[in-house]
Design a protein around this ligand. Structure first.
Ligand SMILES: *Cc1c(COP(=O)(O)O)cnc(C)c1O
Length: 355
């Protein structure tokens, strides 16, 4: 029997969504494909609250992180790191031969508008990267407050919403995000293999003047093909079938506000459980994520033993990640996960640990 995935991606995919993956193939240079692509793209704009251009990428999110840097960093980039994924962005930027400074925060801290404003005020940067929801630490940075100060500076605002999009509200246009990217295997509850980004008009203009944008993730090439309602290379057609279908469920069947509310409820439930039995890893509870909780292992529970016992009960348990792997573990509560399933999981952990 399939195990329930309580890891922060990939997560469980509903059987009806999975069935959409097995529809017959169509050619990617035909009308039928264009119709599918434009249907999904239109729905993605609703999900992201944007009129910006939306590109589909047959890659995981990391591919678009690289793409964003290659297309939008001309002078120097400020990479703000407060966990494994945001830290990785500095590696991505420098390994693509772009100049970059790394503002490295202690893991567990949130990015604040004050630190962003201070750094950008130096005038040294033409781009800024950050992660909205740090999946390694369970910290959600205050994006709305940060966006307000970013607006005062002439920089490309590049945001990873990989594990928040579709679980937490992110209004791209209101926030003025130039490149907002995410993969589909987290709060979207789809099989991995497809990533999405929105790109603002001014970022598209800027990209034209940037050299060495690379080939596979060149936004200008993406645009050229989007004008024909196609993708540059062969796309993951099966993924797109599932995406288009799942977007209907998210937008119309459940509704975005209900989806955010369900995630908030799951976040609250898990935080209460964590505080009662362990402690939260994020320094401030108000910045704790509603899609994944990072728990400080204050009881020094043997996580590999716990993992095995939970596997016997039909679950996949999430260890800590990166340099905090030994002192934390995580509970993902995202996607199509129900509150009742989460309650059952937490009570099964209680059972195993004798809490
Ligand atoms: C999972 C994740 C990534 C990496 O996604 P891939 O699909 O593995 O490329 C990047 N950022 C965040 C915040 C993530 O949670």
């Amino acid at each position: 029997m399939a195990k329930k995935l309580f890891i922060p991606g990939p997560i469980d995919v509903s059987p009806d969504v999975l069935a959409k993956m097995s529809e017959p193939m169509i050619g990617h240079r035909g009308k039928e494909f264009s119709k599918l692509m434009m249907s999904a793209t239109g729905k993605l704009k609703r999900l992201m609250f944007t009129d910006n251009t939306v590109f589909l990428s047959t890659s995981s999110s990391t591919g678009l992180m690289e793409g964003a840097v290659r297309n939008c960093v001309g002078k120097k980039c400020l990479n703000i790191g407060n966990g494994a994924f945001s830290d990785r962005w500095h590696e991505i930027t420098t390994s693509n031969a772009r100049e970059a400074d790394f503002l490295s925060l202690d893991w567990g801290k949130a990015v604040t508008p004050e630190m962003v404003d201070e750094k950008l005020s130096t005038g040294e940067y033409d781009a800024l990267t950050m992660v909205h929801n740090e999946t390694s630490t369970g910290v959600t940075s205050p994006l709305y407050e940060i966006a307000k100060v970013v607006k005062n500076h002439d920089v490309s605002f590049i945001v990873d919403t990989v594990s928040s999009m579709a679980g937490t509200k992110v209004e791209v246009d209101k926030l003025g995000i130039d490149v907002c990217l995410f993969g589909v295997q987290k709060a979207m509850a789809l099989p991995p293999g497809l990533a999405v980004c929105s790109v603002s008009e001014r970022a598209m203009e800027k990209a034209k003047s940037i050299e060495n944008r690379g080939y596979y993730f060149d936004f200008i090439t993406f645009q050229k093909y989007l004008d024909r309602e196609q993708t540059p290379a062969t796309p993951a057609i099966s993924q797109l079938n599932a995406l288009d279908y799942q977007l209907d469920k998210i937008l119309d069947k459940e509704g975005l506000e209900n989806r955010y509310k369900r995630h908030e409820e799951m976040g609250n439930l898990t935080r209460d459980w964590a505080k009662k039995n362990f402690a939260l890893f994020p320094e401030e509870e108000r910045y704790s994520s509603n899609t994944v909780t990072c728990v400080k292992n204050t009881r020094e529970v043997d996580c590999s033993d716990l993992k095995q016992k939970l596997a016997d009960k039909g679950y996949v348990f999430a260890n800590g990640y990166g340099k905090i792997a030994n002192k934390t573990f995580r509970i993902a509560h995202m996607g199509d996960r129900t509150v009742d399933e989460l309650k059952e999981y937490l009570s099964d952990i209680d059972g195993v640990l004798g809490l």
